[in-house]
Design a protein around this ligand. Structure first.
Ligand SMILES: CC(C)(COP(=O)(O)OP(=O)(O)OC[C@H]1O[C@@H](n2cnc3c(N)ncnc32)[C@H](O)[C@@H]1OP(=O)(O)O)[C@@H](O)C(=O)NCCC(=O)NCCS
Length: 193
C-alpha cells in the first residue's frame, strides 16, 4: 500500500526549499522490496551516527548495521516500510511480529530529514499493519528517540522491561542493560493469560 506523506510535511520541506511548491515534492511511503536492502542499510547507517559517543562505547560499531545483519533481520521476519523522495529512500521503519506482539524495529530518518514528520508518518503506516500490542526497544541514552515515541502515545515500561526484552527480542544481555522498552496503549489493555 502506498501512502502520500501529509501535506504539512511536504509543506515544511518545501518551505525549506524556498520557492519550490509543496506539490512538487513527491514524498511517498510504501513497503520496501528486496531491491531496497542497500538503500535501507544506507539510511540506517547514516542516521545511526546520532548514537556515536552517546550510547556505551562497547555497543557502537561501524558500520552500525552491516548489510549481512540487515539481511538476517529481514530473513527473521522484519518487514520494512520506507519514505521515498522520488526514488531516494529517506526514512525507514521495520515491523516484526513476535509471539503475541509486534515490534517496531530499526526506525531511522536520514539526519537532514529528521524533525519533518517522516518518522511519525511511518509509525502511523506501520502501526496500521498490526492489531497486536506494539513494542519498541531503544537505547536508554537515545533520549530523542524516547521523546519521539512518547510524543506518539508510547509509554516507557518500568521494571518489567528486562523480562519483556528477553521474551520478545534476541539480543545480548549488554544490550538489555542499556535499553528501554516503550509500549502503546494496546500493551496495557492486553489480556494476560
Ligand atoms: C527517532 C527518529 C526515527 C524520529 O524520526 P523523525 O522523522 O525525526 O521524527 P518526526 O519528525 O516524525 O517527529 C514526529 C514527532 O516526534 C516529536 N519528537 C521528535 N523528537 C522528539 C524529542 N526528542 N522529544 C520530544 N518529541 C520529539 C516531534 O515533535 C513530532 O511531534 P508531533 O506529533 O507534535 O508532530 C529520527 O529522529 C532518527 O532517525 N534518529 C536517529 C536514530 C534513532 O534514534 N532511531 C530510533 C531507533 S528506535
Amino acid at each position: 500500500m502506498e501512502r502520500k506523506v501529509p501535506s504539512t510535511t511536504r509543506g515544511a520541506r518545501a518551505a525549506r526549499l524556498g520557492r519550490q511548491a509543496a506539490s512538487e515534492v513527491a514524498m511517498l511511503i510504501r513497503q520496501c522490496t528486496p531491491a531496497d536492502a542497500t538503500g535501507i542499510c544506507d539510511v540506517i547507517n547514516e542516521a545511526a551516527v546520532a548514537y556515536r559517543g552517546v550510547i556505551a562505547a562497547d555497543r557502537w560499531k561501524e558500520p552500525y548495521m552491516p548489510l549481512t545483519e540487515l539481511q538476517h533481520e529481514i530473513g527473521s521476519g522484519v518487514s520494512f516500510w520506507g519514505a521515498y523522495e522520488g526514488d531516494v529512500l529517506v526514512a525507514v521503519m521495520g515491523l516484526q511480529h513476535v509471539k503475541d506482539v509486534s515490534l517496531i524495529r530499526h526506525a531511522y530518518t536520514r539526519t537532514s530529514r529528521q524533525g519533518q514528520g517522516l518518522g511519525k508518518a511511518l509509525l502511523k503506516c506501520v502501526a496500521n499493519h498490526t492489531e497486536r500490542p506494539l513494542l519498541i526497544g531503544t537505547w536508554a541514552a537515545a533520549t530523542w528517540a524516547i521523546g519521539f515515541y512518547q510524543s506518539q502515545g508510547f509509554r516507557v515500561l518500568g521494571k518489567e522491561k528486562d523480562d519483556v526484552l528477553r521474551r520478545y527480542w534476541t539480543i545480548p544481555e549488554r544490550q538489555i542493560e542499556e535499553s528501554v522498552v516503550l509500549a502503546n496503549e494496546r500493551w496495557a489493555k492486553r489480556s494476560v493469560a
